[in-house]
Design a protein around this ligand. Structure first.
Ligand code: PMP
Ligand code: GLN
Length: 384
């Protein structure tokens, strides 16, 4: 057996969701909406299932979806993409895996900015490469040029970057992107840029794709997900974008991980990207209201809350909220005794992670948010 998998706990998302179901708790842990997916896109999928092909599509994706993804980014992010830059994958998770396997070899080093989404490190290690963590410091979570440069060695091959950032709930500033880009150019690194949260930006700042910075298009593999754009997290339709040369190599890794992604869901996502502008525009006010409801309720209950500028997550600082417990103990006690599931942030780093923060998801109906706030208030009474 491979000790990497033999010794691993299940994912923190799976663990907390299972506990929430077992205990009948409100689930503000794993990030998935409990409202609001577009009916027209579901109809498009149902029609494609009945009337379209149910056999293997081309490995790189239906041309209609590859074209729709390229057109979408050209329109929203001013990129100059064509279908040659796109490979459709089974969710962003598969795109990340394929990007890692395609670019990294045994013995290479890969930098992760922690807290880092949980799939990155196991995939890097499966490729035989070494994870180098660079810790972003709460509550600002800013990129520190000296810390990043200090982690680079002659063996460094890639940086895995996530913007907007899960679980911090922030979008990096242009100056931070420029720092990262400069370092990548100077050290000739690939950047795998996980931009799945690109449309869930709740501030007035525009989202800037990393590949749009000078000298970055040829070294950036951008990762996106329809699950996040259309609130359909279970569909697992994602993609990676790169220069035609990079995309061709990542597409070969994808050949042997999953080969292809269900064609009917691909058709429906292509349709969604073509007609989805009002849908995407509605996301910001809808999530802003949800965030304000959750943050307001938590603050009224005496919690110190950070983040909420992007993604659909905020973090509670336990220490600053008068709770002298580590995040993992709090998360277990909260789901078992107070009836609310949250995500402990220490799951997102291996080297000395912060242990005073938990993440809460606000992509929920008002009643779910209100029940979550009431349960968090109970947790504070019981555990504070
Ligand atoms: N990266 C990040 C930062 C995420 O938050 C998520 C899902 N929440 C993913 C990747 C995985 O996306 P998918 O479900 O499309 O595989
Ligand atoms: N990305 C989701 C989150 O951050 C979880 C996805 C999963 O469970 N694999 O909550």
């Amino acid at each position: 057996m491979n000790p990497l998998y033999e010794q691993m706990k299940t994912s923190v998302f799976e663990r907390m969701s299972n506990l929430a179901v077992e205990r009948g708790a409100v689930n503000l842990g794993q990030g998935f909406p409990d409202f609001g997916w577009p009916e027209e896109i579901l109809d498009a999928a149902a029609n494609a299932l009945r009337d379209g092909s149910n056999q293997y599509p081309p490995s790189r994706g239906l041309m209609a979806l590859r074209d729709a993804v390229a057109t979408h980014y050209n329109r929203y992010q001013g990129l100059s993409l064509s279908a040659d830059h796109v490979c459709v994958t089974s969710g962003a998770t598969e795109a990340l895996g394929a990007a890692i396997f395609a670019t990294v070899q045994a013995g290479d080093e890969v930098i992760l900015l922690t807290p880092a989404y949980d799939s990155y490190a196991p995939m890097v290690r499966s490729a035989g490469a070494i994870v180098r963590e660079v810790a972003l410091q709460p509550p600002g979570w800013r990129i520190d040029a000296a810390a990043l440069e200090g982690a680079i060695t002659p063996k460094t091959r890639a940086i895995i970057f996530n913007n907007p950032h899960n679980p911090a709930g922030r979008m990096f500033e242009r100056e931070e992107l420029e720092t990262l880009a400069r370092i990548a150019r100077e050290h000739d690194l690939i950047v795998i840029s996980d931009e799945v949260w690109e449309h869930v930006v709740l501030s007035d700042q525009p989202f800037v794709p990393l590949s749009s910075l000078p000298g970055m298009a040829e070294r950036t593999i951008k990762v996106g997900s329809a699950g996040k754009i259309f609130l359909l997290t279970g569909w697992k339709v994602g993609w990676m974008i790169g220069s035609p040369e990079l995309a061709a190599v990542v597409a070969r890794a994808h050949l042997f991980i999953n080969f292809s992604t269900p064609p009917n869901l691909q058709s429906a996502v292509a349709f969604g990207l073509e007609v989805g502008e009002p849908w995407i525009a509605a996301m910001r006010p809808r999530f802003t209201r949800a965030r304000d409801r959750l943050v307001g309720g938590l603050r009224d209950a005496g919690f110190d809350v950070i983040g909420g500028e992007a993604t659909y997550f905020v973090c509670v600082d336990l220490a600053a909220s008068g709770i002298a417990m580590d995040d993992e103990s709090f998360a277990l006690a909260a789901v078992e005794q107070a009836g609310v599931a949250v995500i402990p942030l220490s799951a997102f780093a291996a080297d000395d992670p912060p242990r005073h923060l938990v993440r809460l998801c606000f992509a929920k109906k008002d009643e779910t948010i209100d029940a979550g706030i009431a349960a968090m208030a109970r947790a504070k009474e019981l555990l504070g």
